[in-house]
Each structure stands twice: as C-alpha cells, then as structure tokens.
Design a protein around this ligand. Structure first.
Ligand code: ADP
Ligand code: MG
Length: 282
C-alpha cells in the first residue's frame, strides 16, 4: 500500500494551530523512528524558525528559492530523525523568493525522508495555494469557531481546484463538553474528521520552552491527541510515538533537554533569542 509522504498543513484563517500541528506530528513520527522533514512554506509569515536556533544571517528556504543555497545548507537538525527547513522572516526575504522553486525542493525531500510536512501560510495567495497541489494530502487545520470554519471551506475548495487531495480536518482548541458536534463540522465541509486537539494551556508553555508538546508533556491532552493522529497517519501503534524515559515513571517530564535519544536540541535561551531576532528583523 502506498503511503502518503508529503502533507501540507493548511488553514484559511491564521493562528489556528498549523505550526503547532506541523511540529508535533513531525516530532511524534520522528520518535517512532520515521525520518521527518518539516518545511516552513509560510513564506510571508514564517515562524517555524522560532523552533531552531538561527543567527540572523542563517541560510533559509528563501536562499534555496533564490538559488543562493542548496537544500542541505538550509536544513537544520532538530532532534533524532527530524530536520527543519525554516524560512527567512525579513520582508526582503519574502519579496525576493519565488514559490515556484518549491516543487523541486519538495521532490528532493520526498526522496530523502519518510514524511515531509509543509507548514503552509493561511489565506489564498499564490504561495499558499501552490503547496496544496504539491502535497500528497492536505490536512486542514481549524478551530471550531465559525469564522475559522468558513475559511476552511475555502482551503478545501482551493485544494480541490489545484488538483490536490484533502486528507481531512484537524480541529484544534476543542472543548470536551462542547455542545458542538465536531463530526458535524467535518461533514459540513465534506471531509473526514482526522482528529480533535483539546484546548491545552501547555501548548503555549511548550512554545516558550522551545520544546514540542509531544516531548514537553507527552501525556498531556493535546500531546496525546497529536500522538494519536501521527500514529493513525503512519498506521502504527500510538505507544511508538513516545520516548519512554526509564528514570521518570511519573509522566511529568517537563525538562525538555538532555532526554537522550529524541531529545530536543534547541535550548530555551536559543529559542527566545531566535524569536527576538525574528522580531527585530521585520
Ligand atoms: P498558526 O501556525 O496556524 O498561525 P500556531 O500553531 O502558531 O498557529 O498557534 C497559534 C497559537 O495558538 C499559539 O500561541 C499556540 O501556542 C496556541 N495553540 C495552538 N494549539 C493550541 C491548543 N490545543 N490549546 C491552546 N493553545 C493552542
Ligand atoms: Mg504558523
């Protein structure tokens, strides 16, 4: 059975959890010994760089798209089995990069990695639409809010129009006692519901810690949901998406670094400086 390799993580509305989804699905699969690349194709509003330690003049996907660098030069190791290709965060980076070159980048990565996750920009601009058609499957991310759902409909339609395939919907920031039927939302969008990610205050904390949820608190509600979705995508048992720490039977493993295999390598300091740099760069 041929498995999907390249997933685009897309949404109509911004701020719904695409980057969180990209990083956590990617990391969960890496922990299950899959080789994973996550690519920041949100060329205008890149923020994956916050997860890697990048000097302001670091090589990024933008340099690859302007033929100033090779893919390898823009590839950064995050932890065992997982690399990231960040985008530049400056406005000049954006102006100079043409999204057309993405096709070649994706084809190359497809040959090298078991899974490639494209963190796509929100909206309906050219650089958003292009990756939808390059992916084997599009995972549409939305919160359950009406505005976000309405915008998801556009993403679904655009994907169909570009000849891409919507794999299904991931609803984020859901509430267990909601009166909304999440299944019903997916049905209305005419796509399968892949999973729901509950509202979880640890999501924001893990960003500040520079550590994906699935490493920071693997048994927390959102991390558990991401691990289940990752396992479903790969057709594996969910237990394989977690690195067991033999010295820590209590699951409160909030110190993210130094966890041996699969440890996350960017330290909180590195991440906060990367974020500061990103902010001063724009
Ligand atoms: P996008 O990439 O779509 O713009 P992000 O992944 O950056 O969205 O998430 C936007 C914000 O929402 C971040 O501050 C993130 O920590 C927060 N967030 C994401 N998922 C959850 C969740 N399940 N519970 C609570 N907050 C979340
Ligand atoms: Mg994002």
């Amino acid at each position: 059975m041929s498995q999907e390799t390249v997933y685009a993580i897309a949404s109509g509305k911004g701020g719904v959890g695409k980057t969180t989804t990209t990083v956590n699905l990617g990391t969960a699969l890496a922990q299950a010994d899959k080789r994973v690349a996550v690519v920041d194709v949100d060329l205008g509003m890149a923020n994956l760089a916050g997860f890697v330690s990048l000097a302001p003049d670091s090589t990024t996907l933008h340099d690859v798209l302007t033929d100033d660098a090779t893919i390898d030069e823009a590839t950064y190791r995050l932890a065992d089995n997982i690399v990231a290709l960040p985008s530049g965060t400056g406005l000049d980076d954006y102006a100079n990069a043409s999204p057309e070159g993405l096709r070649g980048v994706v084809e190359k990565l497809r040959d090298t990695y078991d899974y490639v996750f494209l963190d796509v920009g929100a909206g309906i601009s050219h650089e958003t639409v292009l990756p939808l058609g390059l992916a084997d499957g599009v995972l549409v991310v939305s919160t359950p809010e009406p505005a976000a759902i309405q915008d998801s409909q556009k993403t679904v339609k655009l994907t169909n129009r570009t000849g891409g395939t919507v794999e299904g919907l991931i609803l984020t920031r859901t509430h267990p006692n909601s009166s909304l039927s999440y299944e019903e939302i997916a049905t209305r969008l005419e796509v399968p519901l892949i999973g729901t990610i509950p509202e979880d205050p640890i999501a924001r904390k893990s960003v500040y810690a520079g550590t994906p949820l699935v490493v920071y608190k693997p048994d927390g509600p959102a991390a558990t949901a991401y691990r289940q979705i990752a396992a479903d995508l790969a057709g594996i048992d969910v237990a394989r998406t977690k690195i067991e720490d033999p010295e820590d039977d209590e699951s409160d493993s909030s110190d993210g670094d130094g966890g041996g295999d699969g440890g996350w390598e960017a330290s909180p300091d590195e991440v906060s400086s990367a974020i500061t740099e990103a902010e001063s760069d724009t």
